[in-house]
Design a protein around this ligand. Structure first.
Ligand code: GTP
Ligand code: MG
Length: 213
């Protein structure tokens, strides 16, 4: 009997592709730059999507991260128009501004679109309520974000890109950890599926031979 070889952990790809989505001015770029550089600059260019490539350490293992910071997503059609990016990604960060109610409603639509495009993979999603430093202008309660995250099975943090990098790093890393596990599970599934398929084909070929003889 020939033993099938399971893909070892080393053979598994540790590339992670992550897309950052949300409506205008919610802090998508501020959060991405905060995670990658630990800095908060204040004003950011926002007319084009930016793809950042970075080598990061996660739990002592290296990961090649591709972080795609998108320009605003205002309408649901904007999300569906980004079908290719949704297919490309292993995980998603969906941002809203706790002081902007509309951005929260958009976040909900964005998550639903991701789930409809990625229904077969259960892609990890991190929902972020940003600008927590502006609590006094809050238009969306913590509980509302929390309930949405439970409904949509995603991770949830309220935080502030302006207030320091620790919580941002913690939230992003928590998503990347889930994405890494998810990606490995998908690979193992694919491996078993393709081997089952190969075995079935070789069985069918053998039976075919027997009948032809
Ligand atoms: N007070 C406060 N301001 C923030 C925070 N995060 C971002 N900002 C500000 O909000 C504005 C928009 O931030 P961006 O990161 O450019 O937002 P964006 O979502 O990338 O915007 P677009 O790319 O135009 O869609 C900037 O003036 C930031 O300085 C935060 O946590 N607190
Ligand atoms: Mg931006």
């Amino acid at each position: 009997m020939v033993k099938e070889k399971l893909p070892s952990v080393n053979m598994m790809n540790t590339n992670l592709k992550v897309v950052v989505l949300g409506s205008e001015n919610v802090g998508k770029t501020a959060l991405s730059v905060r995670y990658l550089t630990k800095r908060f600059i204040g004003e950011y260019q926002s007319d084009t999507d930016s793809l950042y490539n970075a080598s990061i350490e996660l739990d002592d293992s290296p990961i090649q991260l591709q972080l795609l910071d998108c320009t605003e997503i205002a309408e649901i059609d904007d999300v569906l128009g980004r079908d290719q990016q949704l297919q490309w990604a292993d995980a998603f960060i969906v941002v809203y501004d706790i002081c902007n109610r509309d951005s929260f409603l958009s976040a909900s639509k964005i998550i639903k679109s991701i789930r409809s495009v990625h229904s077969h993979t259960d892609s990890p999603i991190l929902l972020i309520g940003n600008k927590l430093d502006l609590q006094h202008r809050r238009q969306t309660g913590f509980d509302e974000g929390h309930v949405m995250s439970l409904d949509q099975t995603c991770q949830f943090y309220e935080l502030s890109a302006a207030d320091g990098y620790h919580t941002v790093t913690h939230a992003f890393n928590s998503l990347f950890r889930e994405a890494k596990v998810n990606k490995k599970a998908l690979k193992i599934n694919k491996f078993f599926k393709s081997n089952t398929e190969k075995r079935r084909n070789s069985f069918v070929a053998k039976i075919g031979d027997m009948f032809r003889r």
